[in-house]
Design a binder for this molecule. Structure first.
Ligand code: FES
Length: 286
């Protein structure tokens, strides 16, 4: 594990692949010009990144095929599973590429190798399927095992991207843990103008306060995607709802409840409970 960790750390610093990554990113951006397509692939509609959910299908099918491959008389079932795995790898790759285009440079380096390894795995499984369909099951089986090995190594990189580099996770959750106590004073009600988001701090945590009539929203000010400053974001109206657009990558959140409207963030922006006591606005993380 130590060796793998060192290898991946080197990968994060592998500046020589930045050129390729930049070109690949331009291609991905060109292929996903439509905001609607990008949002679907990010998982905005799901409230959760779509890619990790989709990868279960190819990996599950390929692993099941590998088990059937060691059992006698299961060639047809294994061939079907390989075909299912190959077909389901395509939408998983599309969702992954769409997420990848909005990652940081270090994350993109690891993500590029992750994508390249997945391409190799899918190619091996493609040739494996062709061999199986021609009745050459021994060749198909061997290629399948090779493909599964590459896919496994690639899954390690995918795990590293999420769990070590924080790709695809809600970046704002740790700031909730830093907030002490329950109800905290945000400010006097009169300090907040209607329809004009204002940044305040609760302890060390910046929050965005939005007032509409006598209703208040207090949401974490740092964007769920990569901690961009929502306080510097543009205010737009979408479907009649005032929303804030993150200045870094354009994630858009409804100001009244933090609902994510456009990605790359797939999570809603965290909002706090609010109450007004003696003309003072208070907020609580729990
Ligand atoms: S930091 Fe990326 S969209 Fe906000």
């Amino acid at each position: 594990m130590l060796v793998m960790g060192r290898l991946v750390t080197r990968l994060e610093r592998l500046t020589v692949i930045d050129d390729i990554a930049d070109r690949a990113r331009t291609l991905v951006r060109a292929a996903t010009r439509s905001q609607r397509v990008r949002d679907v692939l990010h998982g905005v509609w799901l409230g959760h990144p779509l890619h990790p959910a989709l990868v279960q299908a190819p990996l599950g099918a390929w692993m099941s095929a590998a088990v059937l491959d060691v059992l006698p008389g299961q060639q047809a079932a294994a061939t079907t599973l390989v075909a299912v795995g190959n077909a389901s790898a395509v939408p998983a790759a599309m969702a992954g590429a769409n997420d990848w285009a909005s990652l940081s440079r270090e994350q993109r380096r690891v993500g590029l190798v992750h994508a390249a390894a997945n391409t190799v795995a899918l190619t091996l499984y493609g040739v494996s399927l062709a061999a199986r369909l021609r009745g050459r099951h021994t060749v198909g089986r061997r290629l399948g095992y090779l493909g599964l090995t590459v896919a496994g190594a690639s899954a390690y990189l995918g795990g590293h991207l999420s769990y070590a580099l924080g790709a695809g996770v809600n970046q704002t959750v740790p700031s909730l843990w830093l907030m002490r106590g329950t109800w905290q004073r945000v400010g006097d009600v009169d300090e907040f103008s209607e329809g004009q988001p204002t940044v305040r701090k609760l302890g060390e945590t910046p929050v965005l306060v939005y007032r509409e009539d006598d209703r208040f929203t207090v949401m974490l000010e740092r964007c769920a995607h990569h901690n961009g400053p929502l306080g510097d974001g543009k205010i737009v109206e979408i479907d009649g709802w005032p929303c804030v657009v993150c200045p870094w990558h354009g994630s858009t959140f409804r100001l009244s409840d933090g609902l994510v409207v456009h990605g790359p963030a797939a999570n809603d922006q965290i909002t706090l409970r609010t109450r007004v006591v003696d003309g003072r606005l208070e907020a609580s993380p729990v």
